[in-house]
Design a protein around this ligand. Structure first.
Ligand code: NAP
Length: 500
């Protein structure tokens, strides 16, 4: 007989075609420490056979909470039977010990009385799904609440950043209504991390074995250990990185570990924001609210027009990588620039140095202005002479074609193109001897690029891109929190993520 104890906070949904595979997967999740599983009986070739699976499972693991679902295909499930048979399966699941059942609203509103009886023995979750987008949700909740239930599950599809805040706003508007709120897809990812802190009954995580196979899905382990969902309060400060693509960003690893080390009630999320969605994203920032964010490709230039205050260097560079809210105003700066001059300044006197800069993109721009401001003489080269010349003119530097570098020597070389970056790890801008004794490669994946290997072989001192990445991240942390960045924790987190 089921008990009505509260459900755990993270549920792992398992949908597999056979009882054997379902039980095998369930064993693995329990072995990984999970205590709340959903058996999607509609995914089984024979859903009726699932009752046997859950009897076996609960006999073996009486302390694991089990949610059972047998959603009809008309309602985005896979069950082909009629409602009466669907209810018989759910009834049998409760008799076998299921702690909770999930019934889609389309079935639930036709079986209100029957469900009322079932509710005496198990939690009833009434659910609503939308695979197209995130429409207005108040009418949806009104419809759902006509069916008495223990919780209402609202699942939409996140197509743009504000879909995540729209979904979470439903809980804020109805704090006393037990809900489970999620926006699927990568744009909806913030809901998976924040919904529990905002009051959701629980959140969903991917099975540990399929981690990373679908955008927006992460395992319970990552939700707990990296995003610390069990620790976040309703007032947790929200930060993140704005990018497209954003999935492989190192920043969530580095900043979440830093928040953890400093015991801050704060979380750092990956925000997938397409080039046309910046305005929508800033709307989401007001709604959540977001306190600050990192900006990367392709938004570093575009973000400027949405900011109230931009510091003079970032404005001259024309790119912002760090944004924060102060006194109601969005402020922007560029911590990439200082992250070039800081590591170089430790090794050479910039105001007496000539630095060769390779590349004419966003990162090169930041480096050129910061180096010039620090008093260095800057010489720029790259693959496209016209673009290099135009860029050099803009920042008062000298332009040199690659084939005219022979015989010249610089105090330092700063590489700011993606050459050598994973997976093109054999690429290097230079063919022969490197024209400097100090070589700084902005590329940080791999940690030791082809350029750095050649530099070391030639006896040069090197500055790896990770040093720059960590320097800009540390400055961001300090701007956002007002605290000293835990540098060694951040470095360890970055190395762990890069060497994974
Ligand atoms: P970007 O704006 O896209 O600029 C890329 C630059 O590289 C352009 O000048 C481009 O030349 C040049 N380029 C691209 N492919 C090339 C090739 N095959 N051969 C020669 N030149 C090539 O990118 P970005 O933002 O400046 O970033 C550049 C690199 O720095 C990236 O690898 C990025 O990951 C790294 N970065 C690292 C950090 C850090 O913290 N370590 C920070 C920022 C950037 P054209 O103009 O001719 O296309």
């Amino acid at each position: 007989m089921s008990t009505r104890a509260a459900l755990p906070k993270v549920c792992i949904a398992l949908g597999l075609p056979t009882v054997e595979k379902l039980l095998e997967q369930a064993d693995k999740e329990v072995a990984a420490g999970e205590r709340f599983l959903e058996f999607r009986l509609d995914y089984l070739n024979r859903p009726e056979a699932g009752i046997k699976a859950l009897t076996v499972f609960l006999g073996k693991y009486p302390d694991v909470s089990l949610l059972v679902t047998c959603r009809r295909h008309q309602n985005h499930g896979k069950y082909n039977g009629v409602i009466d048979d669907q209810m018989k399966i759910l009834d049998a699941a409760i008799d076998a010990g299921a702690h909770a059942i999930d019934v889609e609203i389309e079935t639930a509103e036709k079986t209100i009385e029957r469900l009322e009886h079932m509710r005496a023995k198990a939690h009833l979750i009434v659910s609503w799904h939308n695979y197209e987008g995130t429409p207005p949700l108040e009418p949806v909740l009104r419809r759902m609440m006509k069916v008495p239930a223990d919780a209402y599950k609202v699942v939409t599809t996140g197509k743009k950043p504000s879909d995540a805040s729209k979904v979470l706003a439903l809980q804020k508007a109805h704090p006393k209504v037990p809900m489970i709120l999620l926006a699927m897809g990568e744009a909806g990812f913030p809901t998976r991390v924040l919904c529990n802190a905002q009051g959701s009954v629980y959140t969903y995580a991917a099975p540990n074995s399929v981690e990373g196979t679908a955008p927006g899905q992460v395992s319970a382990k990552v939700l707990r250990q990296l995003y610390r969902i069990d620790k976040l309060t309703k007032n947790a400060k929200v930060y993140g990185v704005v990018a497209d693509p954003v999935r492989h960003s190192l920043s969530p690893n580095v900043h979440n570990r830093a928040f953890q080390a400093k015991r801050l009630d704060a979380v750092y999320l990956p925000f997938l924001v397409q080039p046309t969605q910046l305005k929508d994203f800033l709307g989401m920032c007001e709604a959540l609210p977001v306190q600050g964010f990192s900006v990367t490709i392709p938004h570093k230039q575009r973000i400027l027009k949405y900011l109230d205050v931009v510091d003079p260097l970032a404005r001259r560079i024309g790119a912002v990588n760090t944004v924060w809210k102060k006194a109601g105003k969005w402020r922007g700066t560029n911590t990439d620039a200082g992250a070039v001059t800081k590591p170089l300044g430790k090794r050479i006197k910039l105001n007496r140095s000539t630095v060769l800069l390779v590349g004419n993109g966003g990162a090169a721009r930041g480096a050129a202005f910061a180096l010039a401001d620090a008093g260095a003489k800057v010489v720029i080269t790259g693959r496209n002479s016209d673009r290099v010349r135009a860029f050099a003119k803009l920042c008062g530097a000298e332009a040199v074609a690659k084939d005219q570098l022979n015989g010249r020597k610089f105090d330092a070389l700063v590489h700011a193109t993606p050459m050598g970056m994973w997976p093109h790890t054999k690429e290097c801008f230079f063919d022969g001897v490197l024209p400097a004794d100090l070589v700084f490669d902005m590329v940080y994946n791999p940690l030791e690029t082809e350029l750095l290997k050649r530099a070391k072989a030639q006896g040069c001192a090197v500055i790896p891109g990770l040093e720059m990445f960590l320097a800009q991240a540390a400055q961001q942390f300090e701007i956002w929190t007002g605290e000293t960045a835990p540098a060694s924790v951040m470095e360890k987190a970055a190395l762990e993520a890069l060497l994974k």
